[in-house]
Design a protein around this ligand. Structure first.
Ligand SMILES: O=C1O[C@H](COP(=O)(O)O)[C@@H](O)[C@H](O)[C@H]1O
Length: 324
């Protein structure tokens, strides 16, 4: 179990991030430190999206290079989930290298659910050895308010499937304080983020005034929810908070914390990882041309202010799209 103290009490302990050096784990604010438990082919798109051959991506074609700067949305369709996982690893590793070189840190946001399994290739060669894991700072776009060893914990899911297999410094893994209420945990996590902005670990978006994470790795539920932002729930309209809480999640468990849309939409890069026929209807709605502003799914509300949004999908997930 992690400890937590106020952000103000620890602020002075933490030097700003400079150059290419990341702060040692021991100097990360206690409020932000949640140590890893010792145990515990056919490529198509809607007309509004560029068609990006997934095979090209696998060989570097969709790497985050300067030539991609003007391309804000991409739809990648893979023949298999295995192919998707290979390319997602390459994409993530290249962004890690880019941000580590540019700013000495890489802020990666995880969702729960099927996303974690899709990250499995990052835990294998060549990435296990070639990625500079010491530059990674890991966050959760949403978390269930349960103990970290609970089967519903997004932290546990990520730890078991990803974090326990790569050498990210434990002090750079920012889990929620699971001893707090949902409201308290959301406040605590937001305070953690604000402290890390002050330290220079997390960038700020000049355009929005909200934190700008380097990469958010997100999943989507069959109902079109992302993070813990559900269709028709008032939380989708939150405009001020960075992190908020929900006590009546339609998907169990009911109590969760979640990043808000202003934070999600301030990201530099988002990978939206969606597979399986069960999500085809939501994908169809999100990627169809006939969007109406009155009944947007949460996934449709993920619109980056100044970043690159890439859908990583398989054939089943796009099976209801026209023009394939
Ligand atoms: O409850 C949640 O669900 C979504 C989607 O999960 P998936 O298994 O259908 O991919 C997930 O992105 C979110 O983090 C999680 O809390």
């Amino acid at each position: 179990m992690s400890t937590s103290v106020s952000a103000a009490a620890v602020a002075a302990l933490v030097p700003p991030l400079t150059g290419r050096r990341s702060p040692p784990a021991s100097r990360v604010p206690q409020i932000c430190r949640r140590r890893i438990r010792s145990k515990p082919r056919i490529f198509s798109s809607s007309p509004s999206f560029p068609i990006v051959p997934a095979a090209a991506m696998a060989t570097g074609g969709a790497a985050p290079t300067a030539s991609d700067a003007g391309s804000k949305k991409k739809l990648l369709i893979f023949d298999s989930e295995e192919d998707l996982a290979v390319s997602l690893a390459k994409y993530t590793a290249e962004l890690s290298e880019k941000f580590a070189a540019e700013r000495g840190a890489f802020t990666a946001v995880l969702s729960g659910g099927s996303l974690i399994e899709a990250l499995r290739k990052l835990t294998e060669p060549p990435y296990l050895d070639s990625v500079d894991w010491s530059k990674w700072h890991v966050f959760w776009v949403d978390e269930r308010v349960v103990p970290k060893d609970h089967v519903d914990s997004n932290y546990k899911l990520a730890y078991d499937g990803f974090l326990s297999k790569v050498p990210i410094p434990p002090g750079q893994v920012y889990a929620i304080n699971d001893a707090l209420s949902a409201e308290g945990a959301a406040d605590d996590y937001e305070a953690c983020l604000k402290q890390l902005v002050k330290n220079g670990v997390i960038s700020m978006s000049a355009a929005t005034g909200f934190p700008r994470f380097d990469l958010q790795l997100l999943g989507m539920g069959p109902d079109g929810h992302i993070a813990s932002l559900f269709p028709g729930h008032p939380l989708v309209n939150e405009k001020e908070r960075w992190v908020t809480y929900i006590k009546d999640s339609p998907k169990p468990p009911p109590e969760r914390i979640t990043f808000t849309f202003p934070v999600i939409n301030s990201s530099a890069y988002v990978a939206m990882v969606v597979t399986g026929a069960g999500k085809a209807a939501a994908v169809q709605k999100a990627l169809s041309d006939k969007q109406t502003s009155s009944d947007l799914l949460p996934v449709e509300m993920a619109v980056l202010q100044d970043g690159e949004f890439t859908w990583f999908t398989d054939k089943a997930a796009v099976s209801l799209l026209q023009n394939k």
